[in-house]
Ligand binder design. Sequence first.
Ligand SMILES: [Zn+2]
Ligand SMILES: [Zn+2]
Length: 258
Amino acid sequence: MYHHFVPISLHLQAEEFINQLKNLGSKPHACPYCQQTGFYIINAKAGHYRCKNCHKGFNKSTCTPYHRLAPLGWLPLIAEQRLCGKSCTAIRYQLDYCTPSVVKRRVNVIEQQMAKNHPPLYAWYKEFITVRKTAQPIAVMEEAQLLKHWVNSLLQADKVTCPYCQSENVKNIAENRPRMRCQSCWRYFSGLTGSGLENLGYSEYWLTMIDMFIAGETIKAISERLKISHSTVTKARRTWLGIMRQRGLMVLFEWVNS
Ligand SMILES: [Zn+2]
Ligand SMILES: [Zn+2]
């Protein structure tokens, strides 16, 4: 997913960096203390070894900057999420709600190593992670267009047929959302059935709210500006994230859900 955010010229560096982190979990070549290659496994799952020569215990991260940051499998995950612009809080939710300091400590070491070993990648990242919401990547804008196009066609009730008699001769009788009346059998129905938006209110603000979520505005800011309750905005955010995922707009989903 980070490929959508990292500029193409930095893809190789990003891959190299992530692969180095992934390799931390694999089997070491030698004891990090005495460099002898004779060692045995203590705990295969956690990747713990003991040297036959100096008898010290170690894993692949021992004597590296990533020492004491187990589980090592989290490091590439966290780094990838950061390259997608995710906040530490959003990452925390993906890692079984571990404490914020657990994520922060790993992010700090990851950033130090990126700065040291991949300065151009780090230079881009530093800018991206702080001001990222003001400039949206093309992939985000493209998916936002797809979503808005779909919402517009729903609201304008294009190509709706009557669920009772299948007539295409239907009329929208409401202003802001598709409350339809069939002109053949005269029954009423919602043009939103099956869209996932049936129970979401304030349709006059849907497009505005989508833009605000994309711009990274907080629930509080949106609630104050649109004069809608905090809990309604929270519900709307959850609904839109669900819709994005359901429609396969994963770049947009990752962007908003950070
Ligand atoms: Zn040793
Ligand atoms: Zn009908």
